[in-house]
Design a protein around this ligand. Structure first.
Ligand code: GLA
Length: 354
């Protein structure tokens, strides 16, 4: 499909096409820029890129989600357009010697935007991996992820952590990626086969660049400055108590970072031991922490999470940057269909993603 469309528009078939999955984070939210652990997994939906390198500096982009062809160049800055992520990836691929010049690119995506499933990280990582394939350069998936994060931080201006890029570059569906965001050491752990990590969209779309993510990051910076350390997820109870002179909401941000990191360390062990009952409880606690301490949930999402559990999930929580988007729920596979029907009948605006 994508190759035919590419040929129709650009006149010749793409030299290469590549798929990169989206991700869902199972637990450990907003810990990835605070030195903590995260536990994402890849989902079956994702992004496919078809690409032909160009010798000049032009970047022409075709998307299955937008009608008009975007015509950009290697000297561009971000202009708040959907094609920014793609042109940014091509510019950084050039910086790293993965591409030499511009490109004709077609993008096809099965990921809903604004869902917290890392569509932007998937697009960027996919283009960098295409560049690696074409150049034959020996660059690791971790280095690809680090470069992809720079596209977001430096080119787009989104101050995100490293989780999404590492997840989409490395994780596989059916396995959880236990990632230490400080050292970038990771492991892949099989998810128990009898359970499904179901992703349900709340119907509330969001954009991280709206600025609320940035505000949380700045609040964490206050804690970092006060404690003179960047890994605020790893503070002890005593260090946490030493924050008592800071405003109440800042103390609660620290509490979320500290407790969600601890829950994630514990959750990784529970997944490895196939104890999903206890894992589900941690998901519920993690959601409460996002709601009460980090304050990144919405009442509508809280109700969806509560009802997901009432309908039979072992646990559920909002996933991703927050303020809407998707929830993830741990559901026994043989109960999945009934669970889905029950939950969606109570939430007509929500929809099942995967
Ligand atoms: C977004 C960011 C990630 C991470 C999550 C919250 O997905 O891109 O780096 O901070 O939010 O866990």
């Amino acid at each position: 499909m994508i190759a035919e469309k590419f040929k129709d528009v650009f006149g010749s078939p793409p030299v290469t096409t590549l798929f990169t999955p989206g991700r869902v984070n199972l637990i450990g939210e907003h810990t990835d820029y605070n030195g903590g652990m995260v536990l994402p997994t890849a989902i079956d939906l994702g992004v496919t890129i078809a690409l032909n390198p160009r010798k000049d500096g032009q970047v022409r982009i075709l998307s299955d989600k937008f009608e008009t062809l975007a015509e950009r160049s290697l000297s561009d800055s971000a202009v708040d357009h959907w094609s920014d992520y793609i042109v940014g990836a091509v510019i950084y691929a050039n910086k790293a010697g993965l591409l030499k010049g511009g490109a004709d690119i077609a993008v096809e995506t099965t990921l809903p935007f604004g869902a917290g499933l890392s569509s932007s990280a998937a697009v960027i990582v996919c283009i960098l991996k295409v560049g690696r394939k074409l150049s034959g350069r020996d660059i690791s998936d971790t280095d690809i992820a680090v470069l992809a994060r720079r596209v977001e931080n430096e080119f787009i201006g989104m101050p995100c952590g490293i989780m999404d890029q590492m997840a989409v570059a490395i994780a596989r569906s059916g396995q959880a990626l236990t990632l230490d965001t400080e050292s970038l050491k990771f492991d892949l752990v099989d998810l128990p086969a009898d359970y499904h990590m179901a992703v349900v969209h709340s119907g509330q779309f969001r954009q991280l660049s709206e600025g609320r993510y940035k505000i949380r990051k700045e609040e964490c910076d206050v804690i970092k400055k006060f404690l003179e350390r960047d890994d605020i997820c790893r503070i002890t109870d005593v260090e946490y108590a030493s924050l008592s002179s800071l405003p109440d909401h800042i103390q609660r941000r620290a509490k979320h970072c500290m407790t969600d990191h601890r829950r994630t360390v514990e959750a990784a062990k529970l997944v490895a031991n196939e104890d999903l009952q206890a894992f589900g409880k941690l998901m519920i606690e993690s959601h409460a922490s996002q709601r009460d301490d980090f304050e990144i949930s919405l009442p509508l999402v809280d109700r969806l999470v509560e009802d997901a559990v009432k309908s039979g999930a072992l646990g559920a929580r909002q996933t991703g940057g927050g303020f809407g988007g998707c929830i993830v729920a741990c559901v026994q596979k043989d109960k999945l269909e009934g669970w889905k029907a029950d939950l969606l009948s109570r939430h007509p605006d929500a929809f099942y993603v995967c």
